[in-house]
Design a protein around this ligand. Sequence first.
Ligand SMILES: Cc1cc2nc3c(=O)[nH]c(=O)nc-3n(C[C@H](O)[C@H](O)[C@H](O)COP(=O)(O)OP(=O)(O)OC[C@H]3O[C@@H](n4cnc5c(N)ncnc54)[C@H](O)[C@@H]3O)c2cc1C
Length: 244
Amino acid sequence: MITSNRVRWHLGRVISRQFETGSAVRLELAVPTWPGNDAGAHLDIRLTAPGGYQASRSYSLASSGESTRVVLVVQELPGGEVSPFLVRQLAEGEEVEVQGPLGRFFVWIPAEPEQSPVQLIAGGSGVVPLFSMASARERELKGAEFRLLYSVRSPRDEFFADELAELSRTVVEIVYTRESAPGAGRPPGRLTREALAASTFPASLSPRIFVCGPTSFVEAVAGWLVELGHDPTQIRTERFGGSR
Ligand SMILES: Cc1cc2nc3c(=O)[nH]c(=O)nc-3n(C[C@H](O)[C@H](O)[C@H](O)COP(=O)(O)OP(=O)(O)OC[C@H]3O[C@@H](n4cnc5c(N)ncnc54)[C@H](O)[C@@H]3O)c2cc1C
């Protein structure tokens, strides 16, 4: 386990930025003092304005392992205080303060002996830490069976589209809520309890489940999972904020 007792502020430099979608940016930071992180962990970014005003927000790490380079994907929230700056203005070469790694509960550790399958369920940008877990699973020869259910507005809003298509150890299923991909098997629509049941491991297999996304999404999904007979102690959730 990497995420333990080593949380402090670090100075990171943006070494690359590229648009992940029209309204989200993938940032790679070089953080020379970063201790590494488990898959699923997050960090806090702290910005300081010229007058000294500070704002900090949490962002999940798309990267994991013993690297001093960390990858984030930030979705712009129009009118938000921090995300529009990160998405539109923070430039390559600039420095930001980051604190972490954070989140001991919402992590997947490859070394754990694991019999039960692992079900990942993402809403929107909540796919970031779950992608990190699927990528970590990809690097392991042995391990649990993985499935990812990813609810996203449209193909244009998908994060990690190429990487998800290349995963060989995680079965990926995408639910488009507003606009489907050409040839998609089902019309667009919000995830329902029935669709969730049809696209995830059944409770009889006792999967470990990680759910991440906007608060309302996480609460709806966690409630359905319990109704479907899953053991609440097997369900781990991370809420990104927003509507309740
Ligand atoms: C553990 C954790 C990990 C996170 N990881 C990521 C990540 O990987 N990528 C990412 O893009 N964001 C992530 N977030 C969300 C992020 O921390 C910010 O909340 C988000 O970027 C908005 O910040 P802001 O300053 O732009 O908006 P704010 O000025 O804080 O908020 C503007 C308005 O938007 C609402 N709001 C805040 N967050 C959300 C949301 N998620 N959905 C809908 N409405 C919201 C607020 O209630 C407020 O009304 C994570 C949050 C947590 C707690």
